[in-house]
Design a protein around this ligand. Structure first.
Ligand SMILES: Nc1ncnc2c1ncn2[C@@H]1O[C@H](COP(=O)(O)OP(=O)(O)OP(=O)(O)O)[C@@H](O)[C@H]1O
Length: 266
């Protein structure tokens, strides 16, 4: 169980954990997110969409790495698009970017400790929190290995460990299952379900089956906008025999995108 801070037991003064209205975010000169409306609360939300849909750009805005160019965005009640106090709010964020940097000579433990320090965690809490995060991603036996000696899947797990080390109330994971072997993917789904019991988790992936197995609901984006949001069961019901995909969920995904593209081109 994660430790509960005083801030968490204080009355909540905001309606949604994540609230975006007509959100616009640039990637270079391109409006990668362009008029997106979204509300999220506790649970595991699967972020799906074709290549270039704007998933990474949305994650970057939620992680406060890039400032929105328009619209409204609040996370944990803090106005991200305006003049909200981001520093305090970042203590409650966890973010695994699609590509993350690290010092190759750091051990896994040093890497996660360093990230905990950057998140301004209380010094006394860091060693225990770091060990727990490393254990949760199954890297216990590699905790003192240098990052440069890890496989791609292990690096990804170290990335997940740094994202969860502060027991974030909002956890943003951009393609976390890339490179994980089947056994690790199953463990990861369990970890997601566990964290999603009391946090808001947004997971971007191209693996629709991961979403079906681990997510409470689905957020489908395309062309920088929200196309559809609903439960995984509802997604599965959207597909028909003629839709592309190996599972009901994949067929639902294809059907929704096809309908969206039909509307856009009409
Ligand atoms: N630095 C940049 N300069 C210009 N355009 C960019 C830049 N970064 C991203 N884009 C464009 O913005 C759009 C959204 O990109 P983004 O990476 O957010 O999509 P995505 O849904 O995460 O894609 P993928 O599934 O391929 O990772 C794409 O059309 C992409 O080409």
């Amino acid at each position: 169980m994660r430790a509960v801070s005083a801030a968490e037991t204080a009355p909540t003064t905001y309606g949604w954990t994540v609230h975006a209205e007509k959100l616009v975010v640039r990637a270079g000169r391109h409006l990668a997110v362009n008029g997106l409306d979204l509300t999220l609360d506790t649970g595991v939300h699967g972020l799906l969409g074709p290549n270039g849909a704007g998933k990474t750009t949305l994650m970057r805005a939620l992680a406060t790495v890039v400032k929105p160019a328009g619209g409204r965005l609040s996370v944990l009640g803090v106005d991200i698009a305006g003049r909200g106090d981001l520093r305090r709010m970042r203590h409650d964020l966890g973010y695994l970017p699609q590509h993350f940097g690290f010092y190759p000579r750091f051990t896994v433990r040093e890497f996660v400790e360093y990230m905990a320090w950057l998140k301004e965690m209380p010094k006394a809490d860091i060693p225990g929190a770091v060990q727990r995060a490393i254990d949760r991603v199954g890297l216990t036996t590699r905790a003192d290995s240098r990052m440069k000696t890890l496989s791609g899947g292990m690096l990804r797990r170290a990335g997940i460990a740094q994202a969860i080390v502060n027991d974030p109330r909002v956890l943003l994971l951009d393609e976390p299952t890339v490179g994980l072997d089947p056994e690790q993917r199953l463990d990861f789904r369990e970890l997601l379900r566990d964290i999603g019991l009391d946090s808001c988790v947004l997971v971007s992936t191209h693996l629709v089956e991961d979403v079906a197995a681990a997510c409470t609901d689905v957020v489908l984006v395309s062309d920088g906008r929200l196309v559809w949001q609903g439960s995984t069961g509802e997604l599965a019901e959207r597909g028909g025999a003629g839709d592309a995909g190996d599972s009901a969920t994949e067929r639902g995904y294809s059907a929704l995108l096809r309908a969206h593209r039909g509307q856009v081109s009409a």
